[in-house]
Design a protein around this ligand. Structure first.
Ligand code: ARG
Length: 285
């Protein structure tokens, strides 16, 4: 295919300004094991984690995003994965209630930040890990379960936000949060436009796969190779998509479809089982 053909085949992508919350990994380390990526016996380099995180932070600033910061807390090494801190939509912040005791204090810490920053906070009745398992795609919320988030929280979410919530079952422990298995490519679709996603088919059971195939016939299908370093765990403004630098096939597919993939290296934070999206919580007023 020539350049001109590529350009005419791919629709024009329009970026939209994002507002996100991040948490500097000042206390990042791997001192317990709550997912298969984590090996507490192996060393981590906190200053390298901070350096790599700062590249992501600067990338977002360069894209014109409004980036808010929550103070990291000593003793909460996973707090850098801000996506798990809640789910924020229509100025309402639904708080997280973490599965494992090691992360439970993060729930109230993030809720305190939401409250202090003008969001209406809803304390959760059910176990859920925020935007790690809840993804807004157009009018609907895709909600993961199987490893962390309890299905009852899906109902709670539907009640609070009055949106359709679609439950998806995760089956591979390495892809334990929905944001490790699905990427939202079009966060603010124009009216009438069908937003698209990228996903890893093997992360889902058959019933969930049938839902995804039916709803997103044109989805980007990510390779096992790219998923093997959380290549899907990316963040899009509708045109620019910040992805893992090593996810080469994903990068190629995005480019072919008219997006602008931007690679960053978060190898140190991958030791905790997280990537670009895990470090990013979307704030929607
Ligand atoms: N160590 C963290 C955990 O296992 C990583 C969280 C990654 N976050 C995400 N949104 N996928 O809970």
């Amino acid at each position: 295919m020539t350049m001109t053909e590529t350009a005419t085949a791919a629709p024009k992508r329009v970026p939209s300004k994002r507002t996100v919350l991040m948490c500097r990994p000042d206390y990042f380390t791997v001192s317990y094991r709550i997912n298969p990526w984590m090996h507490p016996e192996d060393p981590t380099d906190t200053s390298l984690a901070v350096k790599q995180w700062e590249v992501l932070y600067q990338t977002y600033l360069d894209l014109g995003f409004d980036v808010q910061l929550v103070d990291p807390i000593e003793g909460l090494p996973d707090m850098v994965y801000a996506a798990n801190g809640g789910f924020v939509l229509d100025n309402i912040a639904y708080g997280a209630s973490f599965t494992y005791p090691e992360r439970q204090p993060e729930g109230p810490a993030y809720m305190a930040w939401f409250g202090a920053n003008g969001f209406e906070v809803r304390a959760p009745d059910n176990v859920n890990e925020g935007e790690g398992d809840f993804l807004l795609v157009g009018d609907v919320i895709l909600a993961g379960m199987g490893f962390r988030t309890a299905s009852q929280s899906h109902e709670e979410l539907a009640r609070i936000f009055g949106r359709q919530v679609i439950t998806l079952n995760l089956i591979n422990p390495s892809f334990y949060h929905l944001d490790t298995a699905i990427a939202v490519l079009d966060p603010s679709p124009a009216p009438g436009e069908q937003p698209n996603i990228a996903y890893l088919p093997s992360a889902f059971d058959e019933a969930s796969l049938a839902i995804l195939r039916d709803r997103y016939p044109d989805a980007v299908i990510v390779t096992e190779e790219d998923a093997a370093f959380l290549g899907l765990n990316s963040y899009s403004d509708g045109y620019n998509i910040v992805i893992a630098a090593r996810a080469k096939d994903f990068e190629r597919q995005l480019r072919e479809r008219g997006y602008n993939p931007i690679g960053v290296d978060l190898s140190e934070l991958l030791l905790g089982g997280g990537g670009v999206k895990c470090c990013t919580l979307e704030l929607r007023r």
